[in-house]
Design a binder for this molecule. Structure first.
Ligand code: BTN
Length: 277
């Protein structure tokens, strides 16, 4: 497949959304699309940047993941983009954005690939390849609060490993994969990108009308009713027990050996393969 480009002309022609991505910027390379979009939104004229603005790049020099990790992808191989959102929602619904990101990507990928695309709490999109769950996409949601404490905007960063050959996949504690590695053939980034934006807008519009993505998101989570270990950023002690579900704000519920139920807001989840469920 010849390298597909994602210039504004090509994207605008293929795009089906009403508002997400209508203001679209493409850069061959940048530091991080999240950093760039945030800088634009906080700049003096930032309030005029419309919700739904999308920045996409072919290469990030300083791509960021959750928990202060890096996010790397070879130039032109992947989808690396950020969406500006201005939700006027109660703070408790903030986690809906993570859910919407995961649902949007996995809806589209499930249609493309013959394998079920699922989600790993809290923000990973995963696929089962050779009996192992592997991550092909992650989302990074960053809220910005004004001086009065009100949420001013959110930058939703999405990184999808699309056409990365198996041998170029980054090494990670939780194994990484790409859609190319799973499917065996290259995928049009343009079609994938436009389809993800459309699904994102669909779920976001429903959320604006008060319809929660929670149940759909919960239904797609792996490792439920399994023995898991959760490491939390900045905390040495891990939480170990059975993942029994999530609460309405998307916090993971883990019941430990003593029967204590832990509500975990953010962290890294690993399954204890050496223990029975
Ligand atoms: C994670 O799984 O830890 C989240 C990864 C998020 C990566 C995307 S790529 C586009 C956007 N810009 C960044 O610097 N990060 C996000």
């Amino acid at each position: 497949m010849t390298q597909d480009t994602l210039t504004p002309a090509q994207v605008h022609e293929a795009m089906t959304t009403r508002w997400i991505g209508r203001n679209y910027q493409y850069l061959p390379a940048t530091t991080s699309t999240n950093d760039l979009l945030k800088a634009q939104a906080v700049s003096k004229s930032g309030s005029s940047i419309p919700a739904g603005t999308v920045i996409l790049t072919d290469y990030q020099e300083k791509g960021r993941g959750r928990l202060s990790r890096n996010w790397q992808a070879p130039a032109g191989s992947s989808l690396l983009f950020s969406i500006l959102l201005r939700p006027n929602w109660p703070v408790e619904q903030f986690s809906w954005l993570t859910m919407i990101g995961g649902l949007a990507v996995s809806d589209v990928v499930s249609r493309l690939i013959t394998l079920p695309a699922q989600l790993k709490w809290p923000n990973d999109c995963v696929i089962e390849q050779n009996s192992t769950w592997k991550k092909y996409c992650g989302t990074l949601l960053e809220g910005h609060f004004a001086d009065d404490g009100q949420l001013a905007f959110v930058v939703a960063g999405i990184g999808v490993n699309v056409n990365i050959p198996e041998e170029d996949l980054p090494a990670a504690t939780f194994p990484a994969t790409s859609l190319l590695a799973v499917q065996g053939s290259a995928i049009s980034r343009l079609d994938l990108f436009c389809a993800i934006l459309a699904r994102f807008e669909h779920y976001y519009d429903l959320a604006e009308q008060g319809q929660s993505p929670l149940t759909a998101w919960q239904d797609r989570l792996i490792f439920m009713n399994r023995r898991v270990v959760i490491s939390q950023f900045g905390k040495e002690a891990t939480v170990e027990g059975t993942a029994v579900g999530t609460d309405s704000e998307g916090r993971l519920l883990v019941r430990d050996e003593e029967g204590v139920l832990h509500h975990i807001a953010a962290g890294d989840m690993a399954m204890r393969q050496d223990l029975e469920p």
